[in-house]
Each structure stands twice: as structure tokens, then as C-alpha cells.
Design a protein around this ligand. Structure first.
Ligand SMILES: NC(=O)c1ccc[n+]([C@@H]2O[C@H](COP(=O)([O-])OP(=O)(O)OC[C@H]3O[C@@H](n4cnc5c(N)ncnc54)[C@H](O)[C@@H]3O)[C@@H](O)[C@H]2O)c1
Length: 333
């Protein structure tokens, strides 16, 4: 039985707590939050679980084997480090840390202590991303051309990070999982309107093999959109995460170019075949992810969303900040 401590019971913490509480092989042992109101909610949901306002009582507890850090990003490093120092495995919210150096230090510490770090890249556990990964791995899409994502809504404004650090970790972790080519260059542009942090931004990532990605993140959109297009040589995917069903659609559409008789003549032919919506698993992503974390600890197995995966995302976020500061100057990765 893995005894789990949760630090941070604000917006996302209750979801994490519920999924670890319900996971086989796991016991929710303690919930920590600085806010008395959050602790009151935790006690109401789990009357038999210990609650505390002091994170050190979780990271240093003899009754805890693993700690989930579900607090704002600037607190992740210190809390995760304290947990690892005390021999606990850690499940850390995205993005793993505020800097790549911090992520490297956590990875190093976990390796020395033979402990697991898992980063909550939640979307990797959704039926949609699993299906798209399968389509790519099986070669259904053919050579990849592009990844194009729109992730916009009104708010929730964060007071400590810009919209890129809030929303783009989802796309960056999905890209990292789906695209085998290496990211080479990143360009980020954005604008600040309200609270001193960019509230909308556009990221472009150039990969090897001519793959390009574009991500649009925005807290000032009147409507919520979660739409990703993935273009391949053979097939193209449209993933609308807000669709009630048929979230993923695969289009047999494409373009073929052949040389004509004349040297400068190009013959462009468009393929417009069927569209189908593959069956996509409906299980809540966090349920699968919580179970996987427990399994990885019990089997002493490194998760695929480990510290290294978290570090790759943090490096892209740091590059985005650097590019933003210079109005979209290309940053080599
Ligand atoms: N994976 C996802 O889809 C997803 C979704 C939302 C948020 N998140 C991540 O979850 C984390 C938390 O986000 P949120 O929206 O829940 O924030 P939040 O502000 O709603 O909640 C954070 C909670 O942590 C508590 N806290 C902060 N520092 C603490 C400390 N040192 N000790 C004890 N409690 C402390 C605060 O009192 C608050 O209740 C962030 O890293 C965010 O990026 C991930």
C-alpha cells in the first residue's frame, strides 16, 4: 500500500486527492494546504484523513511514502526537494519547476535516492492523445507535417505566471509525446494587457524533419476552444477536446505534387477521401495516471512522464520567455 500525501488543495488538488484516494494500492494519508478553508473542504470530503497547514508535516512524515505537489509552480521545487530529501516519491504538477536548473537538481536528487518523479502531464493519459499516438506509431498519418493547437478561453488569470506557463505546458507535453523529431528553434510573441503577465501568446516551434508546431494560448478569448490539428502526409487529425463524442476525427485528405511535362510545371492533386472517428477511451485521465504512478512505485519502473519529460517542457517554456522578451526573436533549443 502506497501512503500518499497531497500538498495543495485549491482548484486542482481535490481532483488529485480524489483519484489517489480511489486508486487501488494507494491510501490517501494526509492533505495539506495553507488555507483553513481548503482544509475544511478536505476534511469534509475525507473525514478520516489527516489534514495540516504545514507542508513539512507531509514531506517529513513517517506515515507517507509519496507526495503530490499541487501548489503554484514557484513552490514546486522546494516542496518536491523536501519530499525527495526525506525519501518520498513525488508526483509534481505541470510545469515541473520554474527553471530548468531546478528540474535538473530534482532529477539528480531522485536518481541518487532511487525515487520516482512523475510530472502531471495529464493530457498524455487521455483517450484522445493515446489514440493519436497510436495512429502516429502505426504510420496511419504518415510523415508528420505540423501540429497546430488553439487553447483559448476567458481566464482563469494567474497572478504569478503568464498564459504560456499556464496553458502551453499541455501542448508542449503532448508534442513531446507525439513528435519524435527534435525541437530546434522556438519563437514566442505575446502581449500584456491587464496584470503584468502576457495574457495571450503565440508559439512556433521548428522541429527537425520539416515539422512545425504552432500554439495559440489566450486568457482573453470570449469562447473556449480546445482544437488541435495534426497534419500528416497520409492522413490528418482534427481533435476537438470539447466535443461530447467523436473528439478525434481522422481525415483521408492530402496533397500530392508531381512534376508535369514542362520543367516549371507542377501537377497538384488533392485527395479528399473518407473521414472517420476512431473509438476513444473515456476513462478520466487522472484515474489512469494515478494508478500508473502507484504501479511505477511498486514495480520500481521509470514513468514515461518522468522528471526528464518535465525538464524538456520547462526548457521550452524558458525558451518561450526568452523569445517573448525580445519580441519573437528565434531561440535555438
Ligand atoms: N494538469 C492540469 O491539467 C492542471 C490543471 C490546473 C492546475 N494545474 C497545476 O496545479 C497546480 C496548482 O494549481 P491550482 O489551479 O490548483 O492553484 P490554486 O491556487 O487554486 O491552489 C493552490 C493551493 O496550494 C496552496 N498552497 C500554496 N503553497 C502552499 C504551501 N507551501 N503549503 C501548503 N499549501 C500551499 C494554496 O493555499 C492553494 O489552496 C499548478 O502547478 C497548476 O499548474 C494542473
Amino acid at each position: 500500500m502506497i501512503r500518499m500525501g497531497i500538498i495543495g488543495y485549491g482548484y486542482w488538488g481535490p481532483r488529485i486527492a480524489r483519484n489517489f484516494h480511489d486508486a487501488n494500492g494507494c491510501q490517501l494519508a494526509v492533505v495539506c494546504d495553507k488555507s483553513p478553508e481548503a482544509l475544511r473542504r478536505a476534511k469534509q470530503a475525507y473525514p478520516s484523513v489527516l489534514v495540516t497547514a504545514d507542508a513539512a508535516e507531509v514531506t517529513g512524515s513517517g506515515q507517507v511514502d509519496a507526495v503530490a505537489v499541487v501548489t503554484p509552480v514557484w513552490t514546486h521545487f522546494n516542496l518536491a526537494k523536501a519530499a525527495l530529501d526525506n525519501g518520498k516519491h513525488v508526483f509534481v504538477e505541470k510545469p515541473l519547476t520554474s527553471t530548468a536548473v531546478q528540474a535538473e537538481r530534482l532529477i539528480d536528487l531522485a536518481a541518487r535516492k532511487k525515487l520516482q518523479i512523475m510530472v502531471d502531464h495529464t493530457f498524455l493519459f487521455t483517450g484522445a492523445v493515446k489514440k493519436i499516438r497510436q495512429l502516429i506509431d502505426e504510420g496511419t498519418l504518415g510523415k508528420l507535417y505540423y501540429y497546430d493547437s488553439t487553447r483559448v478561453n476567458l481566464g482563469l488569470f494567474q497572478h504569478d505566471i503568464n498564459v504560456i506557463w499556464d496553458l502551453a505546458p499541455h501542448d508542449l507535453s503532448i508534442m513531446d509525446h507525439l513528435i519524435k523529431a527534435k525541437p530546434e528553434t522556438l519563437i514566442a510573441t505575446g502581449q500584456i494587457h491587464l496584470n503584468g503577465f502576457e495574457d495571450l501568446a503565440y508559439l512556433t516551434v521548428y522541429f527537425t524533419d520539416n515539422i512545425i508546431a504552432h500554439i495559440n494560448v489566450n486568457w482573453l478569448s470570449p469562447v473556449k476552444v480546445r482544437m488541435t490539428l495534426i497534419g500528416g502526409e497520409k492522413k490528418m487529425v482534427v481533435w476537438n477536446d470539447l466535443a461530447a463524442d467523436e473528439k478525434v476525427k481522422v481525415y483521408d485528405k492530402g496533397v500530392e505534387i508531381a512534376s508535369g511535362d514542362g520543367v516549371h510545371e507542377l501537377l497538384v492533386s488533392y485527395r479528399s477521401g473518407d473521414m472517420w472517428a476512431p473509438k476513444v477511451e473515456q476513462t478520466e485521465a487522472l484515474t489512469t495516471e494515478a494508478k500508473y504512478f502507484i504501479d511505477c512505485i511498486q514495480k520500481n519502473q521509470t514513468p514515461f512522464n518522468d522528471g526528464a519529460a518535465g525538464l524538456r517542457v520547462v526548457r521550452l517554456l524558458e525558451a518561450a520567455d526568452k523569445s517573448l522578451k525580445e519580441h519573437g526573436k528565434a531561440v535555438t533549443l
